[in-house]
Write a protein that binds this ligand. Structure first.
Ligand code: HEC
Length: 115
């Protein structure tokens, strides 16, 4: 019993030590990173479908409007999408709310993941 107690104490100390170690070495959030995870499928995809179609549907009716119908196409110009929404150049018709613009920025800054 005493032996188990000692081992237990050692284990607890190791766990506590590793916790403290991790906290002390935690990387501070980079300014650009958003703490909130923005999901492509839950937030970004419906936003594009709602606000960027039909101009960006790739059917050729707007030949200079990049096709935004699939994740790889969106991901490949994610930085540009962030820029044109930050500057409110897009959507060409209609508008985005501040929170929609912020969500796009967060999603792009966090790596434009297919999440
Ligand atoms: C009413 C039609 C229309 C809507 C809605 C629209 N766009 Fe566009 N978009 C265009 C056209 C036309 C172009 C190409 C001409 C230009 O760059 O102005 C374009 C160009 C772009 C480009 C390329 C810019 C460049 O410099 O090459 C991006 C990125 C873009 N749009 C993103 C979006 C996003 C994101 C949305 C939705 C939030 C959106 N657009 C909504 C018509 C539209």
């Amino acid at each position: 019993m005493k032996k188990i107690g000692t081992i237990g104490l050692v284990l607890v100390l190791i766990v506590l030590y590793s916790c403290e170690y991790n906290v002390e070495n935690e990387t501070p959030l980079v300014d650009n990173l958003c703490e909130n995870v923005v999901s492509y499928s839950v937030t970004i995809r419906p936003l594009i479908d709602g606000k960027c179609m039909p101009c960006h549907n790739g059917d050729g009716s707007e030949p200079f409007a990049p096709d935004l119908t699939t994740y790889p196409l969106v991901e490949s110009i994610a930085g540009l999408i962030k820029d044109v929404t930050q500057s409110r150049r897009m959507p060409k018709v209609g508008s985005l709310s501040d929170s929609e613009i912020a969500a796009i920025k967060c999603w792009v800054d966090n790596g434009a993941l297919n999440n």
